[in-house]
Write a protein that binds this ligand. Structure first.
Ligand SMILES: [Zn+2]
Length: 160
């Protein structure tokens, strides 16, 4: 899925990228720029701004108004509307920082580039081809899973 998110949705943008979606985001784009890019690049405009949403719809731009208060609620809304699977597989993920696809990277190549403990305990690493940031399913992964489980619970409520 291709999206463009308004400046208030930075955190959601990172989630959507990890879930494998192409999300353009910059907190310096104004409403007009957001709409122009959405139209030109056929991206779905995600916004928390009802006025912007209504303007976009009036111009025939595909837009979605985010109502959820938490990341889990927002992810559930998007999963329902756009059929997004709430599963992170780093093979399909995009870099949360820059939206570039991640590449699986042999551990040997990362010696000295990640902390020694991390290097010792984890075996699978992914690297962003553009910004070079390195990712692994570390201690923080428990929190990521918990949020996704939360989102799935919310999704069930929508379905009921
Ligand atoms: Zn990157």
């Amino acid at each position: 899925m291709k999206f463009i998110a308004d400046g208030m949705l930075g955190k959601l943008t990172r989630w959507l990228r990890m879930l494998g979606n192409d999300v353009k985001y910059s907190n310096t784009l104004n409403d007009i720029e957001l709409m122009v890019i959405a139209k030109k690049e056929r991206r779905i405009l995600l916004t928390k701004d009802l006025e912007l949403y209504q303007r976009a719809i009036a111009k025939g731009i595909n837009a979605f108004y985010m109502e959820g208060q938490t990341e889990a609620e927002r992810l559930a809304e998007l999963a329902k509307r756009f059929n997004i699977a709430l599963v992170i597989d780093l093979k399909n993920s995009r870099c949360p920082r820059c939206n570039t696809k991640l590449q699986s990277t042999p551990k040997e190549r990362l010696a000295g580039k990640v902390e020694k403990n991390t290097f010792t305990y984890y075996n699978e690493f992914w690297k962003c081809r553009k910004c070079g940031h390195i990712y692994w399913q570390g201690a923080h992964w428990g929190r990521i899973r918990a949020t996704l489980e939360d989102a799935k619970e919310n999704l069930k409520k929508f379905g009921a």
